[in-house]
Design a protein around this ligand. Structure first.
Ligand SMILES: [Zn+2]
Length: 330
C-alpha cells in the first residue's frame, strides 16, 4: 500500500488543515471516503476498521492525505504509523526539546526523539505535543498483532510469590537503567545475545495466569541450554549484575538515549557493575535461576522504563533513522 499520511496536526491557526473527520448521523464510510477523495479500503485501513459497515456517529476518523504532508511541518515518524510495543523515531523540527505522548515526556537531542509506544497503548488516535515548538497533533497507533497465552501456575506456587519483593526488584531494575542521556553509547544494528536464536515466547504476548489477565510478556524468551554464552548485543555500561528473586542471575546494561537491556535467569554472570562492554562481549551464561521452569534466556529491552520489542533494535532500520543525529554529535 502507498505510504499515506496518517498523522494529523492541529497547528494554531491552521485548524482547517486537520485531516480528522467526526462521523455525523447517517454518514457511511463509503460516502466519507468519496467526499475526501480517498479509496474506501485505505480509509478503513488507516482507522483499523475491518467491517466498513460498522462505524458510529461521533467516531473520529483519520483522513489520509497526500504523501509529504507532515514533512511540511518538519516532522517524520518511523515506523509509520507507530506500532504498539515498538520504538518510534521522531525526527523533529528545530527548537523542539521533547515529544509529549502516551503520558511520557521524551527528550529530543539533535533533532531526534526515540519514543516508546507502550505495548498496551490502545490502537487509534492519541494526542501528542512537540514541546518547544508549540505544535500539537494526534498520532495514529497501529495494533501490534500480538498473540495471547494462558499460563497455568499451581495455586501453591502462586501463593508463594512475594509481591513486595517483586515490586522492589522491578524498582531496582528501573534504577539500573539509569537516566535518559543524549548520546547513544552504541553504533549500528544490535546482534542477538545468543549465537543460535530460537524464540520460545515472543515479545508482547498477552498473558493470563490461571485465566486471570496478567499483562504482557515484556521480553523475548530464547531457548538455550544451561551454560550457553550470552553476549552483549550492543555497547553499553553494566548497570546491574546480581542475583535477584524472580529474575535470578541478572545483568542490566544501559546504552544511552534512555535505552537499557536485561539478561535474566543466568547460571553465571561475567561482568561487574560500572564495567563498559562492547558488542559481542561475554555477559554470562544461560541458566534456570529465579522463578522459571527450565533453562532459557529472558531478554528484555526498555526505553524510558517501557518494555519494547528487542527485535526492533536488531533491524538495520532503527539505526538508519537514528544514525544521522548520532553522527552529527561527533
Ligand atoms: Zn520471558
Amino acid at each position: 500500500m502507498k505510504r499515506f499520511v496518517w498523522l494529523c496536526f492541529v497547528l494554531g491557526l491552521a485548524l482547517a488543515a486537520a485531516p480528522v473527520h467526526v462521523v455525523r448521523p447517517g454518514e457511511t464510510l463509503y460516502r466519507i471516503a468519496r467526499n475526501y477523495g480517498v479509496p474506501l479500503e485505505v480509509l478503513a485501513a488507516a482507522n483499523g476498521i475491518r467491517n466498513v459497515n460498522l462505524i458510529r456517529t461521533g467516531q473520529k476518523l483519520v483522513i489520509p492525505s497526500e504523501p509529504g504532508w507532515p514533512e511540511a511541518w518538519g516532522l517524520r515518524v518511523d515506523p509509520w504509523p507507530p506500532v504498539q510495543g515498538r520504538p518510534a523515531v521522531f525526527r523533529v523540527p528545530p527548537g523542539v526539546t521533547a515529544v509529549r505522548v502516551f503520558n511520557l515526556q521524551v527528550p529530543a537531542a539533535r533533532g531526534v526523539a526515540l519514543v516508546p509506544v507502550p505495548a498496551d497503548t490502545r490502537p487509534g488516535l492519541h494526542p501528542f505535543a512537540l514541546e518547544g515548538a508549540g505544535l500539537k497533533g494526534e498520532l495514529l497507533v497501529a495494533a501490534g498483532g500480538y498473540a495471547s497465552e494462558n499460563i497455568v501456575l499451581s495455586e501453591e506456587k502462586n501463593a508463594l510469590l512475594d509481591r513486595e519483593r517483586i515490586r522492589a526488584e522491578k524498582a531496582r531494575l528501573l534504577e539500573a537503567c539509569g537516566p535518559w542521556t543524549p548520546e547513544p553509547l552504541w553504533r549500528g544494528p544490535w546482534r542477538w545475545p545468543l549465537d543460535r536464536v530460537e524464540e520460545t515466547s515472543a515479545f508482547g504476548t498477552r498473558r493470563s495466569y490461571n485465566g486471570r489477565p496478567g499483562g504482557w510478556h515484556g521480553g523475548v524468551d530464547l531457548r538455550g541450554q544451561e551454560g550457553t554464552p550470552v553476549y552483549a548485543p550492543a555497547a553499553g555500561v553494566v548497570g546491574l549484575s546480581d542475583q535477584l528473586y524472580v529474575r535470578g542471575g541478572a545483568v542490566v546494561l544501559h546504552h544511552g538515549l534512555g535505552v537499557c537491556s536485561g539478561y535474566y535467569h543466568l547460571s553465571e554472570r561475567a561482568v561487574e557493575p560500572g564495567q563498559k562492554v562492547q558488542r559481542g562481549d561475554l555477559l554470562g551464561y544461560v541458566g534456570a535461576t529465579g522463578l522459571v521452569t527450565g533453562p532459557h534466556l529472558h531478554w528484555e529491552v526498555r526505553l524510558l522504563g517501557q518494555t519494547t520489542d528487542p527485535a526492533a533494535f536488531i533491524r538495520p532500520r532503527l539505526w538508519a533513522q537514528l544514525a544521522p543525529a548520532a553522527a552529527s554529535s561527533r
